[in-house]
Design a protein around this ligand. Structure first.
Ligand code: URA
Length: 211
């Protein structure tokens, strides 16, 4: 059985921008831009051990063998809707990546995550999947999304969020101990409405200005 891993990204730039995002008076425009910037910085950490291969190139002075990554082997998997706020920054850094989408809603009676959309690229067995959702709160949708993703048998899976609640991490690790989690912060707890506290509110609403 794998030991669950959490990578806490403590880089000062990430922490500074996260603090700005948490502030309740931050505009939608600003919030979106900050998430974009943080996702670029987090992409740097998440892809740290990406495999490279040597290709022959010619500098102005001579030929050499130089490393390149194969971005096409990466698939960013967006959990709708807030996960899409994480996507563009990641694609800025890994422009060759493919993108998959998972849409889930919580059935109000059973509280079970119900899938309404699922679309991945072909040949998942060749691809490293990086799942994006800014908030790991109860962990239920993350667990369901990764469960569904595993059916496509990607080469590897990582989960990236901006904020995690201890409860969500526990639930996620129990279901998927083999999937490392990358997060910029682990907050105190969930409140009675399933929000992360202190948190930053509803990430989707703040990102899209829907409240
Ligand atoms: N989803 C959010 O957007 N915010 C939370 O605090 C919890 C879940």
């Amino acid at each position: 059985m794998s030991t669950p891993t959490v990578h806490h990204i403590t880089h000062p730039l990430v922490q500074h921008k996260l603090t700005l995002m948490r502030q309740k008076d931050r505009s939608t425009n600003n919030f979106r831009r900050l998430l974009h910037e943080i996702s670029m910085l987090m992409a740097y950490e998440v892809t740290r051990d990406m495999p490279t291969q040597l290709i022959e190139i010619e500098t102005p002075l001579e030929k050499m063998q130089a490393p390149v990554i194969d971005g096409k082997k990466t698939v960013f998997v967006v959990i709708m809707r807030a996960g899409s706020g994480f996507l563009d920054g990641m694609l800025d850094v890994v422009p060759g990546a493919r993108v998959g989408h998972v849409g889930l809603y919580r059935d109000p009676k059973s509280l079970v995550a119900v899938e309404y959309y699922f679309k991945m690229p072909h040949d998942m067995a060749d691809r490293d999947a990086i799942v994006l959702d800014p908030m790991l709160a109860t962990g239920n949708s993350a667990v369901a999304a990764v469960e569904r993703l595993k059916e496509t048998k990607p080469k590897s899976i990582r989960f990236v969020c901006l904020l995690a609640a201890p409860e969500g991490l526990k639930t996620f690790h129990a279901a998927h101990p083999d999937v490392p989690v990358y997060t910029a912060a682990i907050d105190r707890q969930l409140n009675d409405h399933g929000y992360i506290v202190p948190g930053l509110g509803d990430a989707g609403d703040r990102l899209f200005g829907t409240k």
